[in-house]
Design a protein around this ligand. Structure first.
Ligand code: MG
Length: 365
């Protein structure tokens, strides 16, 4: 192993950022944290800065986007972990991509909203999301033209077995059966929008037409995703649901790190793995995500923006759970935007689409 890798973490105080630091902490000879960017948690950022001896840090609430750009531009790194959540992560991910280094990509919105711009400038993207990491791992050594379809697994979220979703309360949607994640992505898991966004991400990461990207419900979250090849062979990647595994892989690929810990070891005995077809009547968000991709760019931006607004309104108790997809669908139907010409126009469309969703919301009440 030659020298240590210099790691920049965008979104260090969130759940992916913290897990990244947990991995790095175990391998001090392999990684050096050279920069940390966080949103508003000043105390935690300060703690991380001291613990890992990091020279450069930036807090979005203090320095704004310009301060973050400056830090990215001035930091010499080998890998950028892009883990800012939401559309706030798009520009920082793009700026990191422009530096021509590896992106360990966890921010969904950057590919959903700006997949064309980011894949154009990025030299290497290793996905951190467990599903895309699984597909990436299944594709190592394979030829793209021999891939028949990719199959993303979805846990099914908190309401897989619940019939009536009208009365769902925010605290119920915030309980995820298998993964411990941030609020937005947990609600997105319960509506299946998270999987919808992952379909769009997969489209950009793996370059397959949308009809060949499938979703299967797999409640145990042990099989992280699968690839079916033209000879009918199917490859899958399995593991316990713990983000440290895909994070470590994205940091060290093509090498695999010796991750220790009994809790990380998959016990094959007693596994009872099941796979179900997703119910798109009950979870329209998944259908809407496919539709936005078929409608073409920039509709995935509109989908994503409307979802951010809808989830926020739901968490504040202003709309029902079942109104999340309704708000998104109506926003998609009313939207009329031209594709953005550069990354900066993406933010513009994102903002306009959010305004439009709020208008839709107000028109309901
Ligand atoms: Mg995922």
């Amino acid at each position: 192993m030659e020298g240590s890798k210099k790691v920049l973490i965008l979104g260090s105080t969130g759940s992916i950022g913290e897990n990244t630091l947990k991995v790095i902490e175990k391998f001090p000879e392999r990684f050096k944290v050279v920069g940390l960017v966080a949103g508003s948690n000043r105390e935690k950022l300060q703690e991380q800065k001291e613990k890992f001896g990091v020279e450069r840090t930036a807090l979005y609430s203090e320095v704004g986007l310009e301060g973050i750009k400056k830090l990215i531009d001035e930091t010499d790194f080998d890998v950028a972990v892009c883990a800012i959540s939401g559309s706030a992560g798009i520009l920082p991910t793009y700026w990191a991509a422009e530096k021509g280094k590896r992106l360990a990509l966890a921010n969904k919105e950057s590919l959903v909203c700006a997949g064309n711009f980011i894949t154009e400038v990025a030299r290497e993207i290793i996905p951190v999301d467990s599903e895309h990491s699984a597909i990436f791992q299944c594709l190592v050594g394979e030829k793209k033209e021999e891939v028949d379809e990719i199959i993303l697994t979805a846990s099914g979220g908190a309401f897989l077995n619940r019939e009536n979703l009208e009365e769902v309360k925010p605290e119920e949607a915030l309980k995820h059966p298998n993964w411990d994640m941030g609020k937005k992505v947990t609600v997105d898991s319960s509506t299946l929008m998270n999987k919808g966004l992952e379909v769009i991400e997969a489209y950009w990461l793996f370059g397959l037409p949308v009809e060949r990207i499938k979703v299967v419900i797999h409640p145990q979250s042990i099989v992280h995703s699968l690839v079916r090849f033209r000879d009918n062979s199917v490859k899958a990647q399995l593991g316990v649901p713990d983000m440290r595994i895909p994070i470590a892989y994205a940091l060290s690929y093509p090498e695999r790190l010796p991750l220790k810990g009994e809790e990380l070891r998959l016990n094959l005995f007693g596994l009872n793995l099941t796979f179900l077809e997703p119910d798109i009547e009950k979870f329209p968000c998944l259908r809407l995500a496919y539709e936005s991709l078929r409608m073409g760019y920039p509709y995935p931006i509109v989908l994503n923006a409307a979802d951010e607004v809808a989830v926020d309104l739901f968490l504040k108790g202003k709309i029902r759970f079942t109104e999340i997809p309704e708000l998104i669908e109506e926003t998609l139907n009313r939207a009329d935007f031209k594709p953005p010409e550069d990354i900066y126009e993406v933010a513009e469309i994102d903002r306009k689409a959010k305004e439009l969703s709020l208008e839709v919301f107000r028109s309901w009440h």
